[in-house]
Design a binder for this molecule. Structure first.
Ligand code: NAD
Ligand code: LMR
Length: 338
């Protein structure tokens, strides 16, 4: 996805070109929820990727049309479309990476946790199938509430005996894009040059941008840092309000997910890549935590240290623990009670 702009997450400044070599290899990527608001633009961006040989689109409705449309684009990935549970095994079989944006989005006034009742079951059932039909695939979860859906996936995989915590990733990249954008605007640098780590989780106060560890250096007043932090934490709600009942972020999310998928595929091809992601983690006393991780052939190969927090970040870190712990427990309990 070189057309998506610079890849800022490579390690040690090493940039490598992956073009025809990857396209000729056997890399199948499945998108579950491919006919949705995120799924369609995500599939479009992935169709342009030279890293993919087959793009497998799955949804419970509407996949055929999306697949027919995309299949006319003159790029290498072969497009296949699958609709309904009976076609899910075929959609998944042989996948190296499964990206999941399936599920309902928020409407104004809702929290991400309000989506739990519907999306928890959707993610659980999709993960049961992943464990059966592509147990070695990397799984990138977008469906909200991410703070709970990733623990749900982990429990499903544990029950099936296929769990590899290094290959289960909650997608928090949109938080990083937003942090880069808002902070760059505030300090007057091009957003492409900005890199702000965002840790914690993916809902309200659990989203913790680390402005003190950003590059280039962010020299703003504590008041400005607080205002920027709050805007990043509330950015999803900003879009939900602006869309006024027509859903949540789809285009920026598709862009973030396409970049994240590209990082996973480059890592799978042996390139060390650093991304922020919500993963099972021992960096804190919370069982799941978003942090910077180094991805390699085997998934997460290193959990980068959280680094030193400033006063605001330390307070925000303490403030997120209760909510994040509760969301994780809710996900774990959901699988073990059903
Ligand atoms: P959408 O309603 O436009 O699309 C969801 C798609 O999922 C639909 O096409 C629907 O048919 C499909 N679907 C429903 N049940 C399914 C199942 N069992 N199997 C396969 N597909 C199924 O919603 P959207 O705007 O694309 O958002 C999808 C999810 O992504 C929401 O939960 C939203 O909150 C979440 N989201 C997460 C982030 C993030 O940063 N992680 C950002 C934006 C949105
Ligand atoms: C986002 O951050 O945009 C997503 O999690 C969608 C939402 O509900 O805000």
């Amino acid at each position: 996805l070189n057309h998506l702009g610079p890849q800022t997450s490579s390690v040690g400044g090493i940039e490598r070109q992956f073009t025809s070599a990857a396209a000729s290899s056997n890399v199948k990527v499945a998108v579950l929820g491919a006919a949705g608001g995120i799924g369609q633009p995500l599939a479009l961006l992935l169709k342009g990727s030279p890293l993919i040989s087959e793009l497998s689109l799955y949804d419970i409705v509407g996949t055929e049309g999306v697949g027919a449309d995309l299949s006319h684009i003159d790029s290498s990935p072969k497009v296949s479309s699958y609709t309904g549970a009976e076609e899910l095994p075929e959609a998944l079989y042989g996948s190296s990476l499964v990206v999941i944006p399936a599920g309902v989005p928020r409407k104004p006034g809702m929290t991400r946790d309000d989506l739990f009742n519907i999306n928890a079951g959707i993610v659980r059932d999709l993960c049961v199938a992943i464990a059966k039909y592509c147990p070695d695939a990397w799984v990138a979860i977008i469906s909200n509430p991410v703070n709970s859906t990733v623990p749900i996936a982990a429990e499903v995989f544990k029950k099936a005996g296929t769990y590899n915590p290094r290959k289960l990733l909650g997608v928090t990249k949109l938080d990083v894009l937003r942090a880069n954008t808002f902070v760059a605007q505030a300090i007057g640098v091009p957003p492409e040059r900005m890199s702000v780590p965002v840790i914690g989780g993916h809902a309200g106060v659990t989203i913790l941008p680390l402005l003190s560890q950003a590059t280039p250096r962010v020299d703003v007043s504590p008041e400005t840092a607080k205002a920027l932090t709050e805007r990043i934490q509330d950015a999803g709600t900003e879009v939900v309000k602006a869309k006024a009942g027509k859903g949540s972020a789809t285009l920026s999310m598709a862009y973030a997910a396409a970049k994240f998928a590209e990082s996973c595929l480059r890592a799978l091809a042996g390139e060390p890549i650093v991304e922020c992601a919500y993963v099972e983690s021992h960096l804190t006393d919370l069982p799941f935590f978003a942090s910077r991780v180094r991805l390699g052939r085997n998934g997460v190969e290193e959990y980068l240290p959280l680094g030193r927090f400033n006063e605001l970040e330390a307070a925000n870190f303490e403030a997120l623990k209760g909510e994040l712990r509760g969301s994780i427990k809710k996900g774990v309990d959901f699988v073990n009670k059903t």
